[in-house]
Write a protein that binds this ligand. Structure first.
Ligand code: HEC
Ligand code: HEC
Length: 327
């Protein structure tokens, strides 16, 4: 009798251990060895610090860092793959989706936007229910040299005229948010169905480079130029920041077949004009000293053909003419 009892006990224990090894330990070891996906980079020390701030301030109570293979997640990017998390352990996938998924937010929003939004989400996203994180900022009388104040719309700036500057905590958090850029995996697009064969989607057709007098602009260079030089203020989606930076999507100057206003603004900068009935608090710096005619034409044409804009392309010769004419 005793012998049988031990046989049953030992047998079930062995079975239990084998099952745990098979369905938990084995897969865990296997997944821990997943190599980083293509283009996935380790976080810098500042970004890693920001990741800790993200965790300790409860951002994941409302935000996920994982795109599901579901149609409703398509706006947030491609479905997350195991290699995306190689340098982000322990993973903060999150499950509460009160706010948007942030996996690819570095490509959607600029740095200035992030600071304004953290200080007071309503400043850039009217009606937002996200709490403010004002304690991550200092309010100062004078902005120290080398520090950029957060350009807040008057209604959201401190009433006593103080300027707002980020603390180390905010800088680390924004560095982390800006690092959230989902690298493309060619041919990987499962949104719309669980598993199954990955559907290779054709690369988005580049806006037709139109030949104007033998000149064809470089769409890729225009996008890169815009993303690196202009998107901090006008945002990568061309929607600008309410009351601070005007939208270029559906913008009259960008949609005008006569490019004078658009090119003059890029070359010589501007501030304080009324655009679409709104006076913006930001300043558009001049780029004549930083970009050549070719760069400006590429960027201007990128604006003219993106976000639903369809305007006649400009040529470097037109840029040169306005550059020579001066302000
Ligand atoms: C109570 C829920 C809640 C918490 C907590 C919260 N958020 Fe949000 N968040 C939202 C909502 C709702 C939105 C959408 C409206 C908006 O843009 O403000 C949002 C939007 C955002 C966006 C813009 C996303 C996009 O696609 O444009 C970012 C970035 C963001 N939150 C970062 C953070 C960070 C960082 C923290 C922690 C410091 C945080 N959130 C904490 C609810 C929350
Ligand atoms: C530091 C923030 C900032 C940067 C960077 C910036 N802009 Fe601007 N931009 C502005 C502001 C603010 C205005 C509105 C100026 C005004 O009020 O007169 C503006 C206006 C414009 C306009 C005119 C819109 C209209 O309706 O008249 C165009 C076109 C434009 N910017 C294109 C660009 C391009 C192209 C770049 C990159 C090469 C760029 N901007 C970089 C802030 C910026």
């Amino acid at each position: 009798m005793k012998k049988e009892m031990w046989a049953i006990f030992g047998g079930s224990l062995l079975l239990y251990v084998v099952i745990v090894l098979l369905i938990a330990v084995g897969p865990a070891i296997d997944l821990a060895r997943t190599p980083p996906g293509p283009g996935v980079k380790p976080l810098t020390p500042l970004e890693e610090e920001g990741r800790q701030v993200f965790a300790s301030d409860g951002c994941d109570y409302c935000h996920t860092l994982q795109v599901r293979p579901l149609p409703e997640d398509k706006v947030f990017g491609r479905p997350s793959a195991p290699g995306d998390f190689a340098y982000a352990t322990p993973e903060m996938l999150g499950s509460e989706r009160t706010g948007p998924d942030l996996t690819d937010v570095g490509n959607r929003r600029g740095e200035v936007w992030q600071y304004m939004h953290l200080y007071d989400p309503r400043a850039v996203s009217p009606g937002s229910i996200m709490p403010n994180f004002k304690f991550m900022f200092h309010e100062v009388k004078a902005v120290p040299a080398g520090v950029a104040a957060v350009p807040l719309p008057p209604a959201f700036a401190p009433k006593n005229g103080d300027k707002v500057i980020p603390t180390q905590r905010a800088e680390a958090l924004v560095a982390f948010l800006m690092s959230l850029k989902q690298p493309a995996i060619p041919g990987y697009a499962m949104n719309g169905g669980m598993g199954g064969q990955a559907v290779a989607s054709a690369p988005a057709a580049a806006p037709a480079a139109s030949a104007a007098g033998g000149y064809a602009y470089d769409a890729a260079k225009g996008k890169t130029g815009f993303d690196t030089t202009c998107a901090a203020c006008h945002q990568a989606n061309g929607e600008g920041v309410p009351t601070a930076f005007p939208p270029l999507k559906g913008n009259a100057a960008v949609g005008d077949d006569d490019p004078t206003t658009q090119l003059d603004t890029i070359l010589h900068g501007r501030q304080g004009t009324v655009i679409g009935g709104v006076k913006y608090s930001g300043v558009m710096p001049p780029f004549a000293g930083q970009l050549n005619d070719e760069d400006i034409a590429n960027i201007a044409n990128y604006e003219r053909s993106s976000w639903g804009n369809h305007a006649k392309p400009v040529t470097p010769a037109e840029v040169a003419k306005l550059r020579a004419a001066g302000k």
